[in-house]
Write a protein that binds this ligand. Structure first.
Ligand SMILES: [Zn+2]
Length: 146
């Protein structure tokens, strides 16, 4: 799944309903619900992100069928007449994960009023570099011996 997902073990609940609509399309409707544990991109701590997604899907076998679907409805491609329900549920959860998961400001371990905090790592690296002797200084010494 996503890299943002810290804890791949969890419980996803889903309920799906299968039916044919008035145009004889195979439809899947339902709900997926899970508490995902994501890594907050500000403090790198764990955060629980509750997901509740509604599904409204239509099973299609040729691209033309997908074009005629109502907008609220997503096409599901069925290959070899097999539909893996867990894939559906997983896709839905992945879609629900924010690109940059972050705690609410109150709940985050990093003080969001202090913008310097986010750059601490970079700052330390620069300091390290300036403390170390320049490796080329040695070469300069050899040159001057000639
Ligand atoms: Zn945080």
């Amino acid at each position: 799944m996503s890299e943002a997902l810290m804890d791949p073990v969890g419980i996803a609940e889903f309920s799906l309903e299968f039916y044919r609509d008035n145009r004889k399309r195979a439809r899947i409707k339902g709900q997926v619900q899970a508490d995902l544990v994501l890594e907050c991109q500000r403090c790198l701590g764990a955060m629980v992100f509750p997901v509740k997604a509604e599904l409204d899907l239509a099973v299609v076998q040729v691209p033309e069928e997908a074009e005629s679907l109502p907008e609220s409805c997503d096409p599901v491609w069925v290959e070899a007449e097999t539909l893996r329900l867990l894939d559906l549920v997983e896709d839905e959860l992945i879609l629900a994960i924010p690109q940059v998961p972050r705690h609410e400001p109150d709940a985050c371990g990093v003080d969001s009023t202090n913008p310097v905090n986010g750059e601490t790592a970079d700052q330390e690296q620069e300091d390290d570099a300036s403390d170390k002797p320049n490796p080329f200084a040695v070469l300069a010494g050899f040159k001057s011996d000639k």
